[in-house]
Design a protein around this ligand. Structure first.
Ligand code: ADP
Ligand code: MG
Length: 234
């Protein structure tokens, strides 16, 4: 395993085994598939990763994109759903006319928070997805439940739900990579509510404060229920 980033906030998983919990298993299966498809681009790939914030949806989509294109970042176009207008989708459709691309076999469009795309854009995306030839991938993520997307839209994808890692999994993950006591790791894990990004931010704050290890709690249940007041970034 590569040396780990010293700062929790700078931690960017770059392989499936650097993720924690169920998302690690999803990543490993998808990356295996991407590796196979890269060698023989006999089909297109349409995947929607959905689930709570901070569990690795964007990370996995980016890893899959990188695997498919063999690290050729010019073959990957990444956008946020909010920026995906009908006009943007029309441009993507126009680009489907060109078979393959100059740089490699695969080209990937990756849309984060695809539910934020306008209804018009989602409608046009339907025909875009239907017309995608082999060697094209459309990877999307959503923090919302599938019901936020039209039925016709969601049925165009292989939809995979990412589950938040458990509190124990997050605590063990923090302890395996940073110098933090079991008690502090457990408190941070509980406070994160399954959001790994939030756990890493809290760990960063904890390490920056240079606090001595928290005393073992006399009343673990009450302590465990304590939640951090600040709002979470999604
Ligand atoms: N399952 C996970 N294992 C390890 N780190 C994670 C995991 N999920 C999220 N992270 C951390 O949080 C950061 C943001 O994750 P991201 O993939 O953007 O989450 P999402 O798209 O689900 O909101 C990652 O760069 C990584 O540092
Ligand atoms: Mg994301």
């Amino acid at each position: 395993m590569k040396p780990v980033a010293a700062e929790p906030m700078a931690f960017r998983p770059d392989a499936a085994d650097e993720l924690v919990g169920q998302p690690a298993r999803v990543a490993s299966a998808l990356l295996r598939k991407a590796r196979r498809l890269r060698q023989t681009p006999t089909s297109n790939l349409r995947v929607l990763l959905y689930g709570p914030p901070g569990v690795g949806k964007t990370t996995i989509a980016e890893l899959v994109a990188r695997e498919l294109t063999d690290g050729q970042s010019l073959c990957i176009e990444e956008a946020n759903g909010k920026m995906v207008s009908a006009e943007v989708v029309r441009l993507w459709m126009a680009s489907l006319a060109h078979a393959g691309n100059l740089f490699g076999d695969w080209s990937v469009v990756l849309v984060n928070e695809v539910d934020r795309a306008s209804r018009d854009a989602q409608d046009l995306l339907l025909s875009y997805l239907d017309k995608m030839p082999a060697g094209r991938a459309f990877l999307a993520t959503s923090n919302l439940d599938l019901s936020a997307l039209t039925d016709r839209f969601q049925s165009r994808f292989q939809a995979i739900r990412l589950e938040a890692p458990t509190t124990d999994e997050i605590a063990a993950f923090l302890r395996a990579r940073w110098r933090v006591t079991a008690d502090a790791a457990a408190r941070i894990a509980v406070g994160s509510g399954g959001n790994v990004r939030a756990a890493l931010l809290d760990l960063q704050t904890f390490l920056d404060a240079g606090e001595p290890a928290p005393k073992p709690t006399k009343n673990p249940t009450r302590n465990g229920e304590r939640r951090h007041a600040r709002s979470r970034r999604v």
